[in-house]
Design a protein around this ligand. Structure first.
Ligand code: NDP
Ligand code: DGY
Length: 321
């Protein structure tokens, strides 16, 4: 049997090589996410679909693919773009790409924290605008990280890697989550568990590393922002809708928090225009996993999951409904 494998956007060659060993591979080469009707058309007759974070994969996509569909391999660890229950009801397995992007995303998180606290974006904009400047003692002062408290929401794989890096910068680590981390893991990171409210009271920087679920949608709302210290900053490299972006723009505008650095947005790829008018905001376009090595590893893992599903050995990283 020749398997039909549809890939919704181009992926690195090593992943395509793996897929071509087991089936006929159709790569959608357009430079934007497929529109719903295009997606439905593209997946027709597919046994496997390799999907990206901006593809919305629901029961209708599975129905458009037809009864031969066995697996949806999302090239991301987050799978909030996939209706896992609807697919499970149709007998379709969903897989993701955990682990391989931990370092890249944690590195980016620290980069954003430094950009914000040392005002690197502002400095860049100043020079690029050719504004005259001169060094003096109080010129563009930021704040140091040493001795400050980083409050991590979700001490999972990426949260732990962020904690590890932040410790190297001399930060104290507090975390919150729906459950407590393994005591040995927390002890090795010097991470104290705090309920959310207490973490907000204490943290100088709050960094989000939880998945987007119904429980975490707008987890950071007006009340949470109000509770943060006025000197604190927010970093979001998880998913945009975990933060109420309009409430964030208001909080930043009235300086009820000191700043925010965002890799992800509530209505990606759109960015709330009010945020772009503010100097105390750093924005980058969903770059968490964006290194050549990491994107290749993600695509290869997704391809291996497809191969494992189709050859009957099983995918290595399925997600549960
Ligand atoms: P993990 O599953 O390893 O960690 C997620 C953590 O969040 C766990 O500690 C989990 O706790 C916790 N959590 C779950 N629900 C809640 C909740 N309601 N409140 C607080 N904490 C909660 O995932 P990863 O670390 O690998 O990835 C985390 C997320 O980061 C992904 O889901 C994805 O959305 C995002 N991401 C973004 C990237 C980017 O490019 N910006 C790149 C990679 C990931 P528990 O163990 O109890 O479930
Ligand atoms: C993920 O893996 O969840 C990211 O958002 C894409 O790198």
């Amino acid at each position: 049997m020749e398997w039909r494998i549809v890939v919704t956007r181009s992926v690195p060659e090593p992943a395509l090589d793996l897929l071509r060993e087991v089936g006929e591979v159709h790569v959608c080469e357009q430079e934007r996410p497929l529109r719903t009707s295009e997606l439905h058309e593209a997946v027709r007759g597919a046994h496997a679909i390799v999907t990206m974070v901006h593809d919305r994969i629901d029961g209708a996509v599975a129905d458009a693919a037809g009864s031969r569909l066995q697996v949806v391999a999302n090239v991301a660890v987050g799978y909030d773009n996939v209706d896992v229950d609807a697919l499970a009801q149709r007998g379709v397995t969903v897989t993701n790409t955990p682990g391989v992007l931990v370092d890249a995303t944690a590195d980016l998180t620290l980069g954003l924290l430094l950009m914000l606290t040392r005002r690197l974006g502002e400095g860049e904009r100043l020079l690029r605008s050719e504004t005259p400047w001169s060094w003096h003692m109080s010129f563009m002062l930021g704040t140091g990280l040493q001795g400050k408290t980083l409050g991590i929401v979700g001490l999972g794989r990426i949260g732990q890697a962020v904690a590890h890096r932040a410790r190297a910068f001399g930060m104290e680590i507090a975390y919150t989550g729906r459950s407590r981390a393994d005591p040995d893991v927390a002890a090795a990171l010097g991470a104290r568990y705090l309920p959310l409210e207490q973490l907000l009271d204490e943290a100088d920087a709050v960094s989000l590393h939880c998945p987007l679920t119904e429980a975490t949608r707008h987890l950071v709302d007006e009340k949470v922002l109000e509770r943060m210290k006025p000197s604190a900053v927010l970093i979001n490299t998880s998913r945009g809708p975990v933060v109420d972006e309009q409430a964030l723009a208001r909080a930043l505008g009235r300086r009820s928090i000191a700043g925010a650095a965002l890799d992800v947005f509530e209505h990606e790829p759109k960015v709330e225009p009010d945020l772009l008018d503010l100097d105390n905001v750093v924005v980058v376009p969903h770059l968490g996993s964006a290194t050549t090595e990491t994107r290749t590893a993600m695509a290869v893992l997704a391809a291996r999951n497809v191969v494992g599903m189709l050859d009957g050995t099983g995918p290595s990283t399925p997600v549960s409904a």
